[in-house]
Design a protein around this ligand. Structure first.
Ligand SMILES: Cc1ncc(COP(=O)(O)O)c(C=O)c1O
Length: 408
């Protein structure tokens, strides 16, 4: 009993210390409460109606009537779920349909879904890598890739990992050369990159990475969570933007929690053999339940809308161009790229937080990110554009930024 008491006292003290430190340094996060559906404008508790520029609802499908109806009909027909993992109780038809729809959208052989892209990433490398393999990652890859790599090295002892400087192809070549020369690397070399980097809003240079992978015989994995539904003429993703086919990428990971309906869920997509191995050996596939069937139905409908209404992607593109031009016109520096993520660099963390608060008071919801999420001195307001925004939303964003600029 003494130990248990000591343990709880110790835990309480250290937890309180961490929380107070976060509070004292202005890093404590306060969750906002949304009273209604996600859309270009939302109702935030305590603030009323505000224009939303911090959601990944890139195509405006989160509250599309057909997406909502598909989820309701799925719930009515299939109930909440199988109350089991898929290899024991089986797969609902909507999961099969969703997985073939994802494969069709990306132009690859097969896909398998998970409750999140985070889980998909934790399934991918630990399942597909063997001792003697090396995973080579862009320095700014998403946290789920980093943790998936770490997990692979723990679950399969002898899997190596290495990092190259962000989007630096000379450095990627150096790492590949070192890997080729290493005695510890006897198996597959994997290169993994985000398609669209979530904090910078810039693109992975997929053609050059592909060329290096071909030269070194490496496999290419792309997490296109912010690119699918957004990039390329028809929104197929960052590979389409670069004029590549889905089959030019060995494996995709992606989320259903952003452009593709915005509920939740993730996937791995690629060759039939890779997906079959994930089904047989993936720990999240063997020991964890499926994506809720309602979400599977909604996500399939969202992808069908994406594929049948390319005008949504075109509208998103013109909204992005208008927002980027407006932000620059006001005098703010926005990191240049064609993506829907527009980071406005403001310098200090405290500046980003106070600007974000001032924007919210002016009815514009855009979040400030500071150290340690981004490098010190590069704190930013991250503005995210949606096809659901109309010109008046973008006008209000730009005017609110203009007021902030005049005060600075
Ligand atoms: C690049 C990237 N990958 C993966 C994820 C995780 O997606 P999910 O919410 O489906 O786990 C995110 C979410 O922020 C992301 O930005």
């Amino acid at each position: 009993m003494t130990t248990a008491t000591d343990g709880s006292t110790c835990f309480k003290q250290r937890t309180e210390a961490i929380l107070s430190e976060l509070d004292a340094t202005g890093q404590l996060k306060h969750l906002q409460t949304i009273e209604g559906a996600m859309g270009p404008s939302i109702t935030l508790r305590g603030y009323g109606e505000v224009d939303c520029f911090c959601s990944n609802n890139y195509l405006g499908l989160a509250n599309h009537p057909d997406v909502v109806t598909a989820g309701i009909e799925g719930l009515q027909r299939y109930g909440a779920g199988t109350a089991s993992v898929r290899f024991i109780c089986g797969t609902f038809e909507p999961h099969e349909r969703l997985e073939s729809t994802i494969a069709e959208m990306l132009g690859v052989e097969a896909s398998y879904t998970f409750v999140s892209c985070w889980t998909a990433s934790e399934a991918l490398f630990p399942t597909l890598c063997d001792p003697g393999d090396i995973i080579i990652s862009d320095a700014l890859n998403h946290a789920c890739i980093i943790d998936g790599m770490r997990l692979a090295t723990v679950i399969k002892k002898g899997v190596q990992k290495a990092v190259y400087r962000h989007s630096d192809m000379t450095d990627l070549r150096r790492v590949l050369e070192e890997a080729r020369a290493s005695e510890a690397v006897t198996g597959v070399m994997w290169v993994v990159t985000d398609g669209v980097f979530s904090m910078e809003g810039d693109l992975g240079n997929l053609p050059e990475i592909r060329a290096l992978c071909d030269e070194f015989g490496a496999m290419l994995v792309v997490d296109d969570s912010h690119g699918t539904g957004v990039m390329g003429e028809t929104g197929r993703g960052t590979h389409e933007y670069w004029g590549m086919k889905g089959s030019d990428i060995d494996l995709f990971t992606g989320t259903l929690g952003k452009a593709l309906g915005g509920g939740a869920g993730g996937y791995i997509a690629g060759s039939r053999a890779a997906i079959d191995l994930i089904v047989q050996r993936g720990r999240p596939t063997l020991f964890s339940n499926a994506l809720p069937v309602t979400v599977a139905c909604s996500a399939t409908k969202a992808i069908e809308i994406l594929m049948s209404e390319p005008e949504r992607v075109a509208k998103l593109r013109s909204n992005v161009a208008a927002a980027r031009a407006g932000i620059r016109d006001v005098g703010f520096e926005v990191l240049e790229s064609p993506t829907a993520i527009c980071p406005i660099i403001v310098g200090e963390t405290a500046t980003a937080i106070s600007m974000s608060n001032r924007l919210l008071e002016a009815g514009v919801f855009a979040i400030g990110f500071g150290y340690p999420v981004v490098p010190e001195g590069e704190a930013r307001i991250r503005v995210q554009i949606s096809a659901a925004h109309e010109s008046q939303h973008i006008h209000r964003l730009v005017e609110a930024l203009r007021v902030l600029k005049s005060e600075s």
